[in-house]
Design a protein around this ligand. Structure first.
Ligand code: 4NP
Length: 158
């Protein structure tokens, strides 16, 4: 991580559906809007370590122009809380799990991804056991959340 570049880590449970989708969407939106930021994603569980994002998440995301190239699942580690300026969980359980392992003095970095704007939902629901419609809905929420977070960064950065 470069010393002065802002950074964000998106976190879900498996790091194969929601958080890599958030990473792919936010990479494009930040680049399109000239926001320079380091972006990564991870999971609170390590079930799928090393795996590429879920094929359903990739299919839905690629249809909307996002790239998942090179993304690989990894588990959150304690050093992530030092490294990243923002550690954003997709749902309340992700945030609770993050706070369990985050040192107290770094807990201000942990937040819900959808807490930066006007999203109708507070959480991005887990689509893993559902159908394609669930993945589309997750991507709708992520696109709105990414727009809101870009605006937040633009309004808080000098
Ligand atoms: P994600 O979805 O947290 O959005 O990546 C899941 C992926 C895998 C599992 C659960 C949720 N799983 O139980 O394997």
């Amino acid at each position: 991580m470069s010393a002065n570049t802002l950074s964000v880590l998106f976190v879900c449970l498996g790091n194969i559906c929601r958080s890599p989708s958030a990473e792919a969407v936010f990479k494009k939106k930040a680049a399109d809007q000239g926001v320079i930021i380091e972006i990564d994603s991870a999971g609170t569980a390590g079930y799928h370590k090393g795996a590429a994002p879920d094929k359903r998440a990739q299919a839905v995301g690629e249809e909307r122009g996002y790239s998942f190239k090179g993304l690989k699942c990894r588990k959150v580690v304690e050093q992530d809380f030092e490294k990243f300026d923002y550690v954003l969980g997709m749902d309340n359980e992700n945030v609770a799990n993050l706070l369990e392992i985050c040192p107290e003095e770094l807990q201000h970095k942990v937040a819900l991804f959808l807490s930066f704007g006007q999203s109708k939902e507070q959480e991005v629901p887990d689509p893993y056991y559902g159908g394609k419609g669930g993945f589309e809905y997750v991507l709708d929420l992520i696109e709105q959340g990414a727009d809101d977070f870009v605006q937040h960064l633009k309004s808080t950065q000098p």
